[in-house]
Design a binder for this molecule. Structure first.
Ligand code: NDP
Ligand code: X2W
Length: 337
């Protein structure tokens, strides 16, 4: 059993990680941590998430110097389910101790000189780690994930979008110079657990946000090697992402080429399901799956992708990355094989 410490365990993705690690055949929990000054410090995890009552009894502990010493001494790997700046500051310390780090934030996902200043509002201090990090898109980057010490787990919208677009890009089916258009809606848990007016019950209404300036546009474009238009929406539901993606195909692309692009990418990869009906959030919420379906009319292709933002968009994809990194069965702790 490998021992995994979770930093940010009281947040939405951290809590999902705790549940997944608890149930994983090769992993055990090596501590649940929150910030040093957290109002939740020392509370039982199950008092924050009562569905785990009687199952995960550990408290969430403050990440103070003692906690860091315990993690350095006891843990085999670290999961950061923390805000971008917090992950940016914490990851190098764990890495310097030789621990593998799986970061759910955006802090190490996109190399580039001014990217973090422009899209995240801070100057990146660890260019070396940024360039060495593997992008944890599990179905696509297995070799890099195996070898890296730092794995940057992709964002939720990028996971839904790249899973739908990379087969087309890899097969050379997208019209050159045309940007795929991604219109996606996320449940409110995408914004994290901390209270805010924008995500309070009476304020939430289906609406666009981040118009033409969301940080996931450059993340998707970079990892697709093709510019995209990306438009996120806040949906009035708890969890899940549905991305409807409009792609212009090259002339003369056949139905068989499209099907072959998807099937050669995902046949045998159980987490991505090519479905015979349009994906819907109810079918993926609470699961590690990504559902894909498409239709075309001439050169116009529409592909729809659905995931759970907290699972395939964050925590279960992190577990996929651990499984790949450690040589465990790819579906361990995720799907009964
Ligand atoms: N929600 C989602 O759908 C997705 C989120 N992500 C990314 O994953 C990360 C976590 O997201 P999410 O779970 O939604 O966030 P939450 O806001 O729900 O949780 C953040 C967690 O971090 C803890 N924390 C804050 N500051 C520190 C610190 N200095 N040291 C240790 N712990 C700290 C918080 O507890 P406390 O403040 O009490 O200390 C809390 O446990 C973010 O980077 C997010 O962008 C990625 C994909 C999807
Ligand atoms: C609904 C909502 O607010 N969603 C978040 C996406 C969360 C996510 O994917 O996290 P990263 O920031 O780690 O990429 C947003 O748009 O900022």
């Amino acid at each position: 059993m490998l021992k995994a410490a979770i930093i940010g365990a009281s947040g939405y993705t951290g809590a999902e990680l705790a549940g997944l690690i608890h149930a994983h055949p090769n992993l055990t929990l090596a501590g649940l941590y929150v910030s040093e000054g957290s109002l939740d410090a020392h509370k039982p995890f199950a008092s924050l998430y009562p569905r785990w009552r009687g199952v995960i009894d550990a408290p969430v502990l403050p990440l103070d110097d003692d906690a860091l010493s315990r993690i350095y001494a006891d843990a085999d790997l670290v999961l950061l389910a923390t805000a971008h700046e917090v992950s940016h500051d914490l990851a190098p310390g764990f890495l310097a101790k030789g621990l593998p780090v799986f970061d759910l934030s955006g802090a190490f996902r996109v190399p580039g000189d001014d990217f973090y200043q422009r899209f995240y509002g801070f100057t990146h201090q660890f260019g070396d780690w940024l360039s060495k990090a593997a992008y944890g898109l599990a179905e696509w980057n297995q070799d890099a994930i195996k070898q890296a010490q730092l794995i940057a787990v992709p964002g939720c919208y990028p996971t839904a979008s790249l899973t739908a677009l990379k087969p087309l890009q890899t097969a050379g089916l997208m019209a050159a110079g045309r940007k795929p258009i991604i219109s996606a809606v996320s449940g409110v848990t995408g914004a994290g657990r901390k209270a805010s007016l924008a995500t309070s019950f009476c304020e939430v209404s289906f609406k666009p946000y981040g118009v033409l300036n969301h940080r996931h546009q450059p993340e998707i474009s970079h990892h697709l090697s093709n510019q995209v238009v990306f438009q996120p929406h806040l949906g009035n539901f708890n969890r899940g992402i549905l991305a409807t993606i409009y792609v212009e195909l090259n002339d003369d692309v056949t139905d068989e080429q499209i099907a072959s692009a998807y099937h050669s990418a995902y046949d045998g990869q159980k987490i991505v399901r090519i479905t015979d009906q349009w994906p819907q959030i109810n079918d993926v919420a609470g699961t590690p799956f990504c559902d894909l379906h498409w239709a075309r009319d001439g050169n116009q292709l529409i592909v729809v992708s659905a995931i759970d933002n907290l699972l395939k968009g964050a925590a279960s994809q992190a577990i996929q990355c651990i499984n790949i990194h450690q040589g465990f069965s790819p579906l361990a702790g995720l799907v009964q094989e």
